[in-house]
Design a protein around this ligand. Structure first.
Ligand code: UDP
Length: 481
């Protein structure tokens, strides 16, 4: 028994597109290697990944990824509200986290009935460590973040340097014990006094991950080698780096096709890009959760105008209507249709980033977006807003040197309280990356080389390919125990 049966891994992603998408990619990646994969999620979230999963199944014939759909717990949220970006108030967020806790019951039931060989649980479900242990199933954490960000977060939780720093938002705070000298401004970091709830949450998930079997990262060895060494040797944690999962699942087209269904403007956008010279377009998107205030949007629009470059700008569904913030002349510029395009809602990001016309990505440094740019060989203008994004900016700008920052400072502060980044600053950062000078050329060349390294990592014999194999062998060997 056991010898012939393929490994079965349960994927249990957090309920937010930024977590679901890489989990589905990762399932596709393990399925390619002969693993039977199940993704456990709720109806609305299942719909986000269903077409991508079905296409991956089609493309791979017999290899199946199942989606196990469980009801979204009834906590008094409006029907259809089942994920992070759909939450509109602090009260909704409270109900949502309450619902997340209640997923333990269907999770337990799945483990009891299906007895998978391992669970790859989102790190945010800290309780899944104990649940899996009760069923004797190894629980791996899936980190939707960089090793660097995780190492910074551990340093912060251990040493709490923010508390000791001067009470000045611009004070420089050193994170002790890391391979490099890592300094952030105080205003870029979570303040345990202001957000004791967030602090406790991160403490809990970090500890839980350490008690589990190990951690799987959407990253690759060549991206952050010093931090892999630090993480495994100095901190003694077990990590497998299997990304970029968007490349590893070899489903750029699949992802693009799925995005097409979500994005009514997708075809128009891609046709528009067809007409533009190679490397001439600025792609602007801040992920699924970022909101901008009207003054911020106005300055960003001014910056794009001032840059003189072509642009595709994705504006979140919850940002205010254009009438409230359009700077002078911008409506006319948009109406001309040849300089720039605004997409409201969902953009086919993978297809856009992989289009030759795109020359730079203005990004909030969500880890998925960052890795997608890295994979596509596209340099970045970095504009982090909260969570791990300030750490990810350091990876892009300081560790890899494939981007230029706009100087974003205010971690998760209220929109009204944010310092507004001026249009001139935005235009300058774009110019530094896209310009003909030495700096721009060097940044673009490094981004191109990094994109090649990312592709090599996921190919046969590459580090991510091997890490997947190593993990599969271990899990297979455990069966005999
Ligand atoms: N995404 C997309 N189209 C959009 C917005 C987002 O395809 O219009 C995808 C993007 O490619 C990435 C994910 O959604 O895979 C967002 O994840 P990320 O970690 O960058 O940011 P988050 O939304 O979690 O802050």
């Amino acid at each position: 028994e056991g010898e012939q049966r393929p490994l079965h891994i349960l994927f249990f992603p957090f309920l937010s597109p930024g977590h679901l998408i890489p989990a589905a990619d990762m399932a596709a990646l393990f399925a390619t290697r002969g693993v039977k994969c199940t993704i456990l999620t709720t109806p609305v979230n299942a719909a986000v990944i269903r077409s991508a999963v079905e296409r991956a199944n089609d493309a791979k014939g017999a290899l199946a990824i199942d989606i196990a759909v469980v009801p979204f717990p009834d906590v008094g949220l409006p029907p259809g509200v089942e994920s992070g970006p759909a939450l509109n108030s602090e009260a909704d967020r409270g109900k949502f986290f309450h619902a997340i806790q209640q997923l333990r019951e269907p999770f337990d039931r799945f483990l009891a009935e299906s007895r998978p060989d391992a669970v790859v649980s989102d790190s945010f479900f800290d309780w899944s460590v104990d649940a899996a242990a009760e069923h004797g199933v190894p629980r791996l954490a899936f980190l939707g973040s960089s090793l660097f960000a995780r190492a910074c977060s551990i340093s912060m939780l251990r040493h709490n340097p923010v508390e000791a720093a001067p009470d000045d938002p611009d004070a420089s705070v050193l994170l002790p014990g890391l391979p490099h000298r890592v300094e952030l401004r105080r205003s870029q970091m979570m303040d345990p006094k202001k957000r004791p709830d967030h602090w406790a949450f991160f403490q809990r998930v970090t500890d839980a991950d350490q008690r589990g079997y190990g951690e799987v990262f959407n990253s690759f060895h060549d991206l952050e080698p010093d931090y892999l060494e630090h993480y495994t040797t100095t901190l003694g944690r077990r990590a497998w780096l299997v990304g970029p999962v968007g490349l590893a699942s070899k489903d750029v087209a699949t992802r693009g096709a799925a995005a097409n269904e979500l994005s009514p403007d997708a075809d128009g956008c891609l046709r528009w890009l067809e007409g533009k010279p190679s490397g001439s377009v600025v792609y602007v998107s801040f992920g699924t959760l970022s909101h901008f205030s009207p003054p911020e949007l106005r300055e960003l629009a001014r910056g794009l105008n001032l840059s003189g470059k072509n642009f595709v700008w994705v504006i979140g569904g919850t940002d205010t209507e254009e009438q409230e913030w359009l700077p002078d002349g911008f409506a006319e510029l948009l109406a001309r249709g040849d300089r720039g395009l605004i997409i409201r809602g969902w953009a086919p990001q993978m297809l856009i980033l992989n289009h030759a016309a795109v020359g730079v990505f203005v990004t909030h440094c969500g880890w998925n977006s960052t890795l997608e740019a890295v994979s596509a060989g596209v340099p970045m203008v970095t504009w982090p807003r909260y969570a791990d994004q300030f750490y990810n900016e350091k990876v892009v700008v300081e560790l890899l040197n494939v981007g230029v920052g706009v100087g974003s400072t205010d971690y998760a502060s209220k929109l009204e309280a944010r310092r507004v980044i001026g249009g001139e600053v935005v235009a300058e950062a774009i110019g530094r990356v896209m310009g003909n000078g030495e700096e721009g050329e060097a940044i673009r060349e490094r981004a191109r080389v990094l994109g090649e390294k990312a592709r090599l990592a996921v190919e046969k014999g590459g580090s991510s390919y091997d890490d997947v194999g190593r993990l599969m062998d271990e899990l297979m060997a455990r069966r005999g125990l």
